[in-house]
Design a protein around this ligand. Structure first.
Ligand code: ADP
Ligand code: ZN
Length: 295
């Protein structure tokens, strides 16, 4: 069977067609402009692909409550043109196939849980550190939604005493995203994150904030694995610093077999930057199965 997958991002929309084995058969990338311009282009792509269902992993916040009148909408995004966009309904009505929908980071988590390094796990988290920070959560073998969906990128963090940067989040200033996303690094140090590779103090501070947040996620969710992706994680020096700082911050309080090997507990994304689109593919497959079961 052929399934459509859409990874809807703030700068680009990745559209793909894949099968149940997680093989991507075709893919295009379309720049994100306004819904009026971009949505018809996405529709045209999927209309030409005869897909059985579509899965969408979307930037947010989004409404994931099936009982809500705005289920499948993008809600309070700072990208104003996309606010209150019924992205899910748009495709469901026009393609006339089941549409699966979740956040982009939950999508990446699902991709890793289905075809990547979180296969077979019950509870895990996927953290992306890029233009923003997002956290996808697998809990009890399912993607966690709750009241809306987790917003782990916006947990409040104390600013470290030696950090004079005020924080970039328009809502919270010094939340995780406000202190540690790519734009915060650039604003704090006056250069793009990718051009700061040779400044150890940049990555020591970045690792501090990431480790602080990770330690808190561990205490709350007890994940069996923590997966890190996103543009900022291309700095390979970060991973060992984060593992060391998490170990120090835990202070020996949690002692499990998983933590005896930090290198396989806190890991980079394993699907060559395909975790998001593969997760969207699985959302489409699951929507199809649910529709078959219901009818
Ligand atoms: P997005 O979050 O928009 O989907 P990315 O995950 O690629 O996209 O994240 C983009 C952010 O990552 C930018 O803020 C950029 O500065 C940062 N970034 C990209 N490449 C690197 C790199 N090699 N080292 C550090 N930061 C990087
Ligand atoms: Zn915030």
């Amino acid at each position: 069977m052929r399934f459509g997958a859409l990874e809807a991002g703030g700068t680009k929309m990745v559209c793909a067609v894949g099968n149940e084995k997680g093989e991507i058969l075709d893919r295009v990338s379309i720049p994100t402009e306004t819904p009026d311009i971009t949505m018809p282009k996405l529709l045209e792509y999927f209309q030409g692909q005869s897909v059985e269902a579509l899965g969408i992993g979307c930037f947010g916040p989004v409404d994931l409550d099936p009982a809500s009148g705005t289920y499948g909408f993008i809600t309070t995004t700072p990208k104003l043109a996309w606010r209150n966009c019924d992205i899910c309904g748009y495709f469901r009505e026009r393609l006339k196939v089941p549409v699966g929908f979740d956040t982009d980071v939950n999508g990446s988590m699902l991709g890793e849980a289905t075809w990547g390094c979180a296969r077979g796990l019950d509870t895990a988290i996927y953290i992306t550190v890029g233009t923003g920070v997002g956290v996808g959560v697998l809990a009890g073998g399912r993607l966690l939604h709750g009241m809306q969906h987790p917003e782990g990128g916006h947990i409040l963090l104390p600013r470290r005493a030696d950090d004079a940067y005020e924080g970039k989040c328009p809502y919270h200033k010094t939340c995780m995203e406000g202190l540690a996303a790519g734009p915060a690094i650039e604003a704090r140090w006056g250069k793009k994150a990718a051009e700061l590779s040779d400044r150890p103090e940049v990555w020591e501070l970045e690792a501090h904030y990431l480790a602080y947040a990770i330690t808190n996620y561990m205490m709350i969710l007890s994940p069996q694995k923590i997966i890190l992706g996103g543009g900022v994680m291309h700095q390979e020096q970060l991973m060992p610093l984060i593992r060391k700082k998490v170990t120090d911050m835990l202070g020996g309080y949690i002692q499990t077999e998983a933590l005896s090997d930090m290198d396989s507990y806190i890991v980079p994304a394993s699907l060559n930057d395909n975790q998001g689109i593969l997760g969207a593919l699985k959302l489409g497959m699951d929507a199809k199965s649910a529709a078959v079961t219901c009818s």
